[in-house]
Design a binder for this molecule. Structure first.
Ligand code: BDR
Ligand code: CA
Length: 336
């Protein structure tokens, strides 16, 4: 069986953690490396959380972590644009999906000396164009690497990205943006316009593919470490969606485990039941819609010169996914 060569980019985070558990458990994935990035928490916490997950399932000798960017590219330079980033210990109020440290034992594992941006450039440039990136945090590391060595864009087989929202968002003053893209909109725009093959899993879809409490309990009952850890994170998220996040239109029996859907979709593309090729741009204006992803489903676009041109279909946008199949893939991996 040929394996997918994968690099993951994570801001771990409870749902990133489940995605990692699935990737590490899969026989179909050769996990070349994991890059941490500022996002759900500051870079020290997301890196430590990533290492905790890897250590907990005994993969510390196999799976290497490369510490990534501590801040978005530019969005924090204007103090009003992203006042709470980076999220640190002080932000945590107990009513939240992630916490500061994940509910896992402390780890002695350390990240590699090489930073994530150098790791991307070195690994992709030495590759044969056969590496898939699963990016489930702000896209700062990847955008930096693309700016420093644009030739890596021709070396990426595919990027499966959790990001963007079509209608319902979870970030920004209007709650119209999605967190990963909102946190570093310039980075998202660089990646979107990179010419790479992008499969994009938006919030609208992850909100409709929740994992349920009975499924989490079954993961836990399996007695595996991955099942225990996944259940711990999913239960926390379900509890939180019942209270703090109750305004979001998620399936009440569960909670979205956004990032894990990207791993399931890599392993079985039929999890994505509807995909539309379209054009996407970011609003990076700093105004009310700052960080919102703008989709053009038409075949034409019209630039400021007034001329109609064929729209560049830069993303394969996932519109629907199969919840049952997703839950089954997750369960099969974390309970084995
Ligand atoms: C995304 O934001 C983060 O909080 C999650 O880990 C996920 O990647 C959802 O908007
Ligand atoms: Ca994430």
């Amino acid at each position: 069986m040929e394996k997918y060569k994968v690099i993951m980019d994570v801001d771990t985070g409870t749902d990133d953690a489940v995605a990692l558990l699935m990737a590490m458990a899969s026989d179909q994935i050769d996990l070349l490396g994991v890059c941490s990035v500022n996002g759900n928490r500051n870079i020290e916490l997301t890196t430590d959380n990533t290492l905790r997950v890897i250590d907990f399932v005994g993969k510390g000798d196999e799976v290497k972590v490369y510490k990534g960017c501590a801040l978005p590219l530019v969005s924090t330079l204007n103090k009003d644009r992203r006042p709470l980033i980076p999220y640190g210990d002080k932000y945590f109020d107990g009513q939240e999906n992630h916490g500061n440290h994940l509910d896992l034992p402390e780890t002695q594992l350390k990240p590699q000396e090489k930073c994530a941006v150098s790791y991307y450039i070195d690994t992709l440039m030495a590759s044969e164009g056969d590496i898939t990136l699963i990016a489930v945090g702000p896209l700062t590391n990847i955008a930096c690497a693309m700016r420093a060595e644009p030739r890596i864009c021709g070396k990426i087989k595919e990027m499966i990205i959790m990001g963007a929202s079509l209608e319902e968002g979870n970030s920004g003053p209007s709650q119209r943006a999605e967190f990963n893209f909102w946190a570093d909109p310039e980075a998202a725009e660089i990646v979107l316009q990179s010419g790479c093959k992008i499969t994009l899993v938006p919030l609208d879809v992850t909100h409709k593919t929740c994992i349920h409490m009975d499924e989490a309990l079954a993961f836990e009952a399996s007695g595996t470490k991955a099942g225990y850890a996944a259940a711990t994170f999913i239960k926390r998220r379900i509890g939180n969606y019942e209270t703090w996040s109750k305004n979001w239109h998620v399936d009440e029996a569960g909670a979205p485990i956004h990032d894990a859907l990207c791993v399931a979709g890599l392993l079985d593309r039929s999890v994505f039941t509807e995909i539309v090729s379209c054009n996407m741009k970011m609003d990076i204006s700093g105004g009310t819609a700052d960080g919102v992803s703008l989709v053009n489903f038409k075949d034409m676009s019209r630039d400021l010169d007034g001329i109609f041109r064929p729209a560049v279909k830069n993303v394969n946008l996932v519109m629907k996914a199969d919840r049952e199949k997703f839950a089954k893939i997750m369960g099969d991996l974390v309970t084995k």
